[in-house]
Design a protein around this ligand. Structure first.
Ligand code: CTP
Length: 391
């Protein structure tokens, strides 16, 4: 799968370093050439001999070791197609975020211009430290991929977020980055997913059957094509790109508009509730002797329409769920909303759409139907949508 590719794995000094032995094996099994570099502190947790045997290559630790006209941090950076730093400790993350090059690993990172995946692992209090979060945000803003640590029992005895994410997640993120043409590189894309949740009281809400699968498939696909993805979703997702969880239509609108000015494209795959409860009750609504109850609903903002009104350079894509007269209604809707593309799907069919892994859609522009995409899994549909928009 990865023959001809060189994966550079940087190990720093955390207990999760021992897990990287298996990650090296995974890349070797996929036929990658694996180079390993370690910070001096990593050697407290794994041995050079183990890493050398597993990677079948020399392991770099100190600078100025290799007698070559090219400094080794430049040779390593030139040779590799991707760099993975796992586990990434608080110390190394902070150095990377501030351009400090005081060992071989941080020097290579600074000289590396290809994709970098960073998988932090640390004590949960260190992870939640605001300075560390700021440093991580800085790395994210510069396009580095951060694979967040998972919740669980930590080696230090604490329970919380800090465990190195699953090795499969690191491997998959690397494979995605290495095997796709990067046609969306440099594009900032905001994608929404899921049905919004409008509170009635602290225990009840109004929502819809949207599973978020189409929005997530679009986000994964955009990410694998090199885009800088910001997924704004009502359903949880652990992804190697920015995921912002929201609940209501108003929260979704706020999250989109915060980053809208810098975005190149917004895809509104979310099923946004048209109405919300006028005055959600702060306390649980009690049953009374009345046979009827009335909830007053007020209109939510039409996020898509508003984005189209305020847009400057962004490509705006809407979705349209119809249970009858699909194309006729979609043609009307694209003109009413003012978006550049509208992806129309027929929600009356049980074999596609809501909750299904499959979809069948028509892509419309304001001039008419551009293309009908045959029934396929949502990832294939997502790829075809990006091909239509970006060629
Ligand atoms: N949408 C939105 N804000 C809303 C309602 C919908 O941004 N308040 C977006 C959806 O994310 C989708 C598109 O508008 O991309 C169309 O959604 P749809 O529910 O089909 O259309 P509506 O405008 O709600 O019209 P109707 O429900 O009457 O068909």
């Amino acid at each position: 799968m990865l023959s001809g590719k060189t994966v550079l794995i940087g190990i720093t000094g955390g207990i999760a370093a021992y897990k990287i032995c298996e990650l090296i094996r995974m890349f070797k099994r996929a036929n990658a050439n694996v180079r390993v570099i370690c910070t001096p502190n990593a050697m407290n947790f794994v041995t050079k001999l183990t890493l050398q045997n597993l990677s079948q290559n020399e392991v770099g630790i100190e600078e100025f070791e290799i007698p070559d006209f090219k400094p080794e941090h430049i040779s390593y950076a030139d040779e590799a197609d991707i760099m993975i730093i796992a586990p990434a400790t608080t110390n190394t993350i902070s150095k990377m975020a501030n351009g400090i090059c005081d060992n071989l690993l941080t020097s290579i990172f600074c000289a590396f211009s290809k994709p970098v995946i960073i998988a932090p692992a640390m004590n949960c209090n260190m992870w939640n430290n605001k300075i560390i979060q700021e440093n991580l945000q800085k790395l994210l803003n510069h396009g580095y991929t951060i694979l967040e640590p998972e919740n669980g029992f930590l080696a230090c005895g604490y329970q919380g977020q800090g465990r190195l994410c699953a090795l499969e997640k690191i491997f998959d993120a690397a494979v995605q980055k290495l095997s796709q043409p990067q046609t969306l590189k440099g594009k900032k894309i905001i994608i929404t997913a899921g049905g919004t949740i409008e509170d009635i009281d602290p225990v009840r809400y109004i929502s819809n059957y949207s599973s978020g699968k189409m929005g997530i498939a679009l986000s994964d696909t955009a990410y694998s094509l090199g885009a800088d993805v910001h997924l704004i979703t009502t359903v949880s997702a652990q992804k190697p790109y920015v995921v912002e969880k929201v609940k209501s239509a108003l929260e979704m609108q706020k999250a989109i508009e915060k980053d809208f000015a810098d975005a190149d494209c917004v895809i509104m795959a979310a099923a946004v509730a048209d109405y919300r409860v006028k005055q959600p009750s702060e306390q649980k609504i009690k049953k009374t002797s009345d046979e009827e109850i009335t909830l007053t609903l007020v209109k939510n903002p039409d996020i898509l329409k508003h984005l189209c009104e305020i847009k400057t350079h962004q490509t705006i894509v809407g979705f349209c769920a119809e249970s009858e007269n699909l194309i006729e209604n979609a043609k009307e809707k694209i003109l009413k909303k003012g978006c550049d593309y509208l992806i129309a799907n027929d929600i009356s069919r049980k074999d596609i759409g809501f909750s299904s892994d499959y979809n069948e859609v028509s892509i419309l522009t304001p001039n008419g139907v551009v293309k009908k995409l045959e029934r396929a899994d949502k990832y294939t549909i997502a790829r075809q949508i990006f091909e239509e928009i970006y060629g």
